[in-house]
Design a protein around this ligand. Sequence first.
Ligand SMILES: [Zn+2]
Length: 210
Amino acid sequence: MSAPPIEQRGKLVEEVVVPAREARVATARAGQVLQIVDLEGQQVGDLMAYLTEDPTEYMSPGHTLSCLTKLMPETGDEVFSNHRTPLLRIVRDDVGTHDMIVPCCDPERYSRDYGIEDHPSCLASLQKALGEAGSKFAAPGESAWNVFMNNKHEEGRVVTHEPEHGAGAAMDLEVLEDVTVALSACPQDLTPCNAFNPTPMAIRVWEPGG
Ligand SMILES: [Zn+2]
């Protein structure tokens, strides 16, 4: 029933390696497949996405949870914008755990909770990468989808566990609208979020073939 993996039926048109503790930007067009890859394993990526033509419309985890009426998106589910437009559809998910509740880590997370003033953060990395790509897109922390994050909901609490997935784990997202995306390889090394060892990731854009 399901289509073969995109590696077998598509052509790689772009690969952007996201170094550990940094973020990078890529663009994808409707009909392509956006692939988020954990190169070494047990790593979380914080993903933001914007309509390329109108970045005031962007991927919204909150709206996605509302549209899906569930806490964890699954294969086959769409991911929605702040105007409830489907932007992406999950077509493959090697990991199956994601967080769409907590905002990405930000400078205040480290200063307030750990007393560290200069720790890298997903929010600062994403804003820097978007800025270097020439974007003036707003990047609110709550618009990031915490891809591969192993958060569990336990008796009303959100508990972060070490990710269990290995090197090469990927998620394929069918692109439904032309989007510009930014991915942070989360630098959190003070909680189990990235198994205390932040590592690089990759964004791959595939053109499906016949
Ligand atoms: Zn982070």
